[in-house]
Design a protein around this ligand. Structure first.
Ligand code: PLP
Ligand code: COI
Length: 342
């Protein structure tokens, strides 16, 4: 397979038009067979509910090349299931898990020339999305839907890769306490653009959202989940909240921390005025895997965790172990986490 002539190590997190994408239509109560297409535009009716009422959801997952040249997906079943949960919340038809995984495999295979080689730090990012379409004007579920997956090679989400970045708490919420925060739906991201811009203008990588009901506990970090390590280095803690996305990276780290690093783990409240209980902190998600948190600014006061320039030892070990599982360097991955593309 002749790979594309790309400087893989220089890639950022940007759109690239690759060769093929998968598309399937839901009409008259069922999904069609689905097909691969070269057309990177989606043609939809002007009344589509996705355009007006945000009836849409999406996912993000990656394919990795192993040292011996195999290509593997990380936990695509978990993305399929989370998308089904988003669909339930927005009254959209669910796309079945098996079809979802098969579509991912088809897309990776059809774009094999775009899959970054091992050791470049780049990966193939897959973006599944599901949208309400068709002739409509009232506020009610669409009569037709489109499910699609496109992909592109990406580098690290934050330039500089695995280096600590600083965050500031936001006075805004991205989602309500029992709103759509648990679902990966576009509205949450539209709501996050302005708070993100305010944080960026002040020189921060992104903002930290506090729990929408009391604004006393950490909810999420921009478009990633939060974790921290207690001062004694023995416990991995991550917020338990009704308004955060159940991050697949976070759920994986909970297991890695326990089974590979022998840490205690807990999903519990992380109070913004008790950050001195933790020695390290990080943001986690598919795009960045782990971004170490140098400092959090809250009400004008800076709280530095391990260091603003160096990565803490537990954070590093978590990253190396999870990334090692994802790219196949660590072969004893937990059952079902790795799906080979063949
Ligand atoms: N939180 C939000 C709001 C996100 O958009 C993402 C990205 O997908 C995450 C957390 C991390 O989730 P995952 O680890 O499944 O990518
Ligand atoms: C993630 O994968 O961690 C993200 O937050 C992706 C983002 C582009 C929505």
């Amino acid at each position: 397979m002749q790979k594309k002539d790309i400087n893989w190590s220089e890639l950022g997190f940007n759109y690239i038009n690759t060769d093929k994408r998968y598309i399937s239509y839901w009409k008259d109560g069922k999904w069609d067979e689905g097909t691969l297409t070269s057309d990177n535009n989606v043609h939809i009716n002007e009344g589509s509910t996705a355009l007006h009422y945000g009836q849409q959801c999406f996912e993000g997952l990656k394919a990795y090349t192993t040292k011996d040249g195999r290509i593997q997906l990380f936990r695509p079943d978990a993305n399929a299931k989370r998308m089904q949960e988003s669909c339930k919340r927005l009254l959209m038809p669910e796309f079945p898990t098996e079809k979802f995984i098969d579509a991912c495999i088809q897309v990776v295979k059809a774009n094999e020339a775009w899959v970054p080689p091992y050791g470049t730090g780049a990966t193939l990012y897959l973006r599944p999305f599901l949208i309400g379409v068709g002739e409509n004007i009232g506020v009610h579920p669409a009569s037709e839907y489109i499910f699609s997956i496109f992909c592109m090679p990406v580098g690290p989400y934050y330039k500089g890769g695995m280096a600590p970045v600083n965050y500031i708490t936001s006075d805004f919420d991205r989602a309500a306490a029992f709103g759509t925060g648990k679902s990966k739906v576009g509205g949450n991201y539209a709501a996050s653009l302005y708070p993100h811009q305010l944080a960026a203008e002040k020189g921060f990588a992104d903002c930290i959202y506090l729990d929408p009901a009391t604004h006393t506990k950490i909810d999420e970090v921009g478009a990633a989940n939060f974790f921290a390590i207690t001062k004694d280095g023995k416990k991995f803690v991550t917020p338990n909240s009704s308004s955060i996305l159940p991050s697949i990276t976070k759920l994986s780290l909970l297991q890695v921390a326990k089974d590979y690093l022998g840490l205690e783990t807990a999903e519990e409240d992380v109070f913004i005025d008790k950050l001195d209980e933790y020695s390290e902190a990080g943001a986690c998600g598919t795009a960045a895997v782990i971004t170490p948190i140098g400092c959090i600014q809250h009400k004008g006061v800076d709280h530095v965790f391990y260091s603003e320039t160096e990565v803490g030892p537990v954070t590093m070990k978590l990253y190396e172990t999870l990334y090692g599982i994802q790219n196949g360097d660590i072969e004893n991955a937990p059952e079902g986490w790795i799906v080979e593309v063949k």
